[in-house]
Design a protein around this ligand. Structure first.
Ligand code: NAD
Length: 436
């Protein structure tokens, strides 16, 4: 069965298995349903005919019909969608021989050369035969009015490009770890990945993207150039190598990682890359270091930075630089949203956050990340733990009240967890070369 899941190339298998403990029987039905979606995408009418109960009923948007008609439709190639992304599944048993699988899915079709995604809730009733095999006895499509919230919150850059507000960070991961974490995240519905040449895990990210089978245009990939690659001509080459490592034709958002060295020269090449279609938007990372670096980039750029990536969380809310970014029409993206490893979980243990989390039946991490969303910030928590990856994405089904938002705003003490001053950082970063 595992093999089938892997082979079901058009299917992004359900992520729920990571988050919930299914019984063996529930797991069996999840796998059967996932396999069914694979057969549907492949238009494998023979396998489906075996699976359908002879009295099965299918209720679609266009009408309802029986098993034979459904098989004819599949055989006739009239399945309109190209693939199905399963985002979450649940199984409920009515009795030991009757179970319903509820799936939250996106079906993607091509309309006028564009990929169009439709969200559905599908309920499938399975009945166990005397032979112990399950047969599908009804399938009902319900079109969801609202798209899956995980994809929807986007922030619009000054150049009109929309970036998913929430994503996964990949700092301090090996290529193998990044591949595994990103693939897990993509299967759970994440669509935004943050990497950097300096993390030395872009290859892992590229492999995960490829293996996920998700169309490239449905994903957002951010990466960053390191100071050793800065300089007109030199950065152009570095961008081409980056594309190779990521196995992609374009990067959605490219940052100058650090405000030191010849970042103006790098920016010139980054602008050329935008014009050549290799990059969609440009960003400045850590340009909160001092006014002079910020002014230098603003005075020397033709394409304005769309985004500023900085450390930002409830203990260091960065009010001044956020105000300045807003004045320049620059979106803010937060690193160390949970305080990073250096914080040793300080934010997660904060009594105000813990109290809100307990009251809302959410985790402290979810409350913190939700705070970022409601502040209008982009947020990219990093994790290698599948439970945390799932938990961090479950922040779209609740809201913090004005009062709770205020309580978290009041935690601000502008206390950063990364505290190297500019001179120290410059010395260290200009001397640090990346091998590959
Ligand atoms: P983070 O604040 O996202 O915290 C990560 C830490 O929290 C890890 O130790 C992780 O195991 C833990 N964690 C994650 N989810 C958790 C949960 N639900 N419960 C408990 N613990 C949890 O810090 P980060 O990953 O360093 O930063 C986020 C991303 O920002 C990075 O991965 C990277 O992509 C980016 N970043 C950019 C810069 C920059 O200079 N531009 C610097 C640092 C990080």
């Amino acid at each position: 069965m595992k093999k089938v899941l892997v082979l079901a190339m058009f299917i992004v298998a359900s992520a729920t298995a990571f988050a919930q403990q299914f019984t063996k029987e529930q797991q069996e039905l999840i796998e059967l349903s996932t396999q069914k979606w694979a057969w549907m995408s492949e238009k494998n009418a023979d396998k489906l005919a075996e699976l359908f109960h002879e009295n099965a009923m299918f209720v679609h948007m266009g009408g309802s019909w029986g098993a034979k008609q459904e098989v004819d439709i599949i055989r006739g190639g009239m399945i309109w969608y190209k693939h199905a992304d399963i985002h979450s599944q649940e199984v409920k048993f009515t009795d030991k021989n009757v179970a319903t699988v509820y799936s939250n899915i996106h079906l993607t079709s091509e309309v006028g050369g564009h990929q169009v995604r439709f969200p559905f809730m599908v309920s499938e009733v399975y009945i166990r035969q005397k032979s112990k095999d399950w047969r599908l006895s009804s399938l009902i499509f319900t079109k969801l009015a609202e798209p899956d919230a995980r994809f929807e919150p986007t922030l619009t850059f000054s150049n009109g490009i929309r970036m998913p507000q929430f994503g996964i960070g990949t700092y301090q991961m090996t290529n193998e770890q990044a591949k595994e974490s990103v693939l897990t995240a993509l299967r759970m519905g994440y669509r935004h990945i943050d990497t950097a040449h300096a993390y030395q895990d872009e290859r892992g990210v590229g492999e995960a993207v490829k293996e996920s089978g998700i169309p490239r245009q449905d994903l957002w990939i951010t990466s960053k150039l390191w100071p050793s690659e800065y300089g007109e001509g030199k950065s152009a080459e570095a961008i081409d190598k980056m594309l190779e490592r990521l196995q992609t034709d374009y990067i959605d958002l490219l940052y100058v990682h650090q405000p030191m060295g010849d970042f103006v020269g790098a920016w010139k090449d980054m602008e050329k890359a935008v014009r050549a279609g290799k990059v969609r938007a440009l960003g400045i990372s850590n340009f909160d270091a001092n006014d002079s670096v910020f002014t230098r980039i603003m005075e020397n750029c033709e394409i304005k930075p769309a985004s500023l990536q900085i450390e930002c969380h409830p203990y260091a809310q960065r009010l001044d630089i956020r105000k300045k970014a807003a004045e320049y029409g620059i979106q803010v993206e937060c690193w160390f949203p949970l305080g990073g490893q250096m914080s040793q979980g300080a934010l997660l243990k904060d009594p105000v956050i813990v109290e809100i989390a307990q009251r809302l039946k959410k985790s402290p991490a979810q409350v913190i990340l939700r705070w970022h969303l409601q502040e209008g910030l982009s947020v990219i928590p990093g994790s290698r733990n599948p439970q945390h990856i799932m938990e961090n994405a479950q922040i779209f089904d609740f809201a913090l009240s004005d009062r709770d938002m205020l309580a978290i705003r009041n935690l601000n003490k502008e206390q950063r967890f990364f505290n190297m001053d500019y001179k120290q950082a410059e010395q260290f970063m200009l001397n640090w070369k990346i091998d590959d």
